[in-house]
Design a protein around this ligand. Structure first.
Ligand code: HEC
Ligand code: HEC
Length: 484
């Protein structure tokens, strides 16, 4: 009898050791397999195709509507005080973001200077000691068409089902309630909001007493109604007519076109895609080792990253607490950011799992840009307790407010620890070697579409240097004055 027990426990520990499922489905167990064979199994088990855009209808940037949207994305005319455009924080040559931990929208010293070196105007009315007013990191607009469930770090623009009707809920409607004005898709619905945010585009004097819709209507009128007191002389209607017809400069059409331009930013042709689709030389050996760590579960000697960063788009589009250090203004009192909780009153400190496609290009990382190197961000994902204990505040720009950071970060970490204790979070801390970290980073770098490293290729999403239809096109420059 004793023998049988020992035998059984022996079998069990062997299973635990190799991490083999009983049906033998796992990438690691048979060490006689080459790394490519192991990854082939992993790819099969995860049903990966390499390309998350298969089956979706994604516009080309050459489409007339996307071309119109591009011009609108770059105009400061949509900023209340004409000093901020969408592109201020989402430039295609800056990773589809702004390369800042926290964005500076209105009241900057030089509105057309984007990225590093962008500063507040010390004479501005909301200078706030130079600290960024925008509480979160600007996510990339790359591949925005691939999100099926929600946009924003807290998913506050999201697809919902109400009875037997599906639609989009936005901050203009209560949680779970369809916004009938949301427009055709998530990107269009999202584009209705930056113009209503004081810190991002609206400023602190335009339509001060107006609600979101008054702000939107006013913006459309100052481009369409030449009797309006603040009419901006322009030729926009010429660009709208072929697409939307006569007298068509409405806010709904403005965001419809902007959404189409954003949705045309499809960048999925990574070396990893080639590898998944059969070219076994497309990625380095380090990236292959990193892929194994990424996809294999903890029991298989991996790091279970794919529990949350799942599928070809590398996100489950769900909300998880990962306790990324809390810096900046925050969205709640005392510089805290409750994340998804502000929408649902559950999931405190949870944020939407970001996609990892092109993640090499989209730093700083985390919902508030707390990490300014990809390696540090990866170390946090492997072991948040250790990363927080070693967090280096000197990586942040002076414009990032760190008041209460330590205590607020600890609160989120305590929540993560509780979630783990109650089995709500699948995360486990790992003591990784430097080589494992480097391998994971190498894998993440294999998720970059080479177009993004080629100014000519990315140039299709950047208009020619000009004044634009209203004389307010933002021709972005870097801190040395060079055009981006
Ligand atoms: C001042 C900087 C700033 C400006 C200007 C700005 N954004 Fe953003 N954008 C952000 C930040 C910060 C977030 C994240 C906010 C959050 O999640 O709470 C964001 C989020 C987004 C997202 C969601 C992406 C995702 O992965 O969920 C899209 C799309 C987007 N912005 C498009 C636009 C468009 C279109 C405009 C112009 C109408 C615009 N932005 C203007 C900073 C800016
Ligand atoms: C439990 C779910 C979960 C697991 C497991 C997980 N992540 Fe994440 N990851 C997230 C969430 C949520 C965020 C955003 C957190 C925030 O900003 O507050 C994130 C952010 C990131 C970012 C930053 C992306 C950006 O655009 O800012 C990287 C890189 C990353 N994760 C890589 C990994 C790697 C590598 C692993 C495995 C070692 C991993 N993650 C495991 C949920 C997870």
């Amino acid at each position: 009898m004793l023998k049988t027990v020992l035998l059984i426990s022996g079998v069990f520990s062997a299973l635990l050791f190799t991490g083999c499922d009983l049906d033998g489905k796992c990438g690691e167990c048979d060490s006689s397999l080459t790394i490519d064979e192991q990854l082939t199994n992993i790819i099969k088990e995860n049903a990966l195709k390499g390309d998350p855009s298969i089956g979706l209808n994604i516009p080309s940037v050459e489409d007339p509507k996307a071309q119109l949207g591009m011009k609108l994305f770059y105009t400061k005319a949509l900023g209340g005080d004409k000093d901020s455009a969408c592109v201020t924080c989402h430039h295609p040559a800056l990773g589809g973001g702004d390369k800042l931990s926290l964005s500076i929208g209105v009241e900057s010293l030089e509105p057309d200077l984007l990225g590093e070196g962008r500063l507040y105007d010390p004479a501005a009315s909301h200078y706030n000691n130079g600290y960024a007013l925008v509480p979160r990191n600007a996510p990339s607009t790359y591949n925005v068409a691939l999100f099926k469930r929600s946009l924003f770090w807290d998913g506050r623009v999201e697809n919902v089902v109400e009875g037997n009707v599906t639609g989009i809920r936005t901050p203009d409607t209560a949680f779970g309630v369809i916004d009938d004005s949301a427009g055709a898709n998530l990107a269009v619905a999202q584009a209705r909001f930056p113009v209503t945010s004081h810190e991002e585009m609206k400023g602190f004097s335009f339509e001060l007493n107006g609600d979101n819709n008054a702000t939107r209507m006013h913006l459309a009128l100052r481009l369409s109604d030449d009797t309006a007191a603040d009419y901006i002389p322009n030729s926009w209607q010429d660009a709208f007519t072929p697409i939307y017809g006569a007298n068509s400069i409405t806010f709904a059409n403005i965001v419809d076109a902007i959404g189409e331009y954003e949705r045309s930013q499809l960048f999925v042709n990574s070396p990893w895609k080639k590898y998944v689709q059969g070219d076994k030389n497309a990625i380095s050996e380090a990236a292959k080792r990193g892929a194994k760590l990424f996809f294999n579960s903890y029991g298989d000697g991996g790091m279970s990253c794919t529990t949350c960063h799942s599928g070809d788009f590398f996100t489950d589009e769900s909300f998880h607490v990962m306790a990324v250090p809390q810096v900046g203004q925050g969205k709640n009192s005392n510089y805290e950011d409750f994340g998804r909780f502000n929408q649902t009153a559950t999931d405190k400190y949870a944020f939407r799992t970001p996609t990892l496609l092109n993640v090499e290009m989209t730093g700083p990382w985390g919902h508030d840009g707390a990490y300014t190197t990809l390696e540090a961000m990866v170390r946090h994902m492997i072991n948040p307790d250790e990363a927080i204990a070693n967090y280096d505040f000197t990586q942040l720009d002076e414009n990032v407010n760190t008041t209460n950071s330590t205590v607020n970060t600890q609160k989120a970490l305590t929540q993560l620890q509780a979630n783990k204790a109650f089995g709500i979070s699948p995360h486990q801390n790992i003591n990784a070697t430097d080589e494992q970290v480097a391998d994971l980073v190498a894998f993440l770098e294999a998720l970059t579409d080479p177009c993004l490293k080629d100014r000519e290729c990315i140039g299709k999403w950047i208009p020619e240097n000009s004044s634009g239809p209203d004389g307010l096109q933002l021709n972005a420059v870097d801190k040395d004055g060079n055009l981006l």
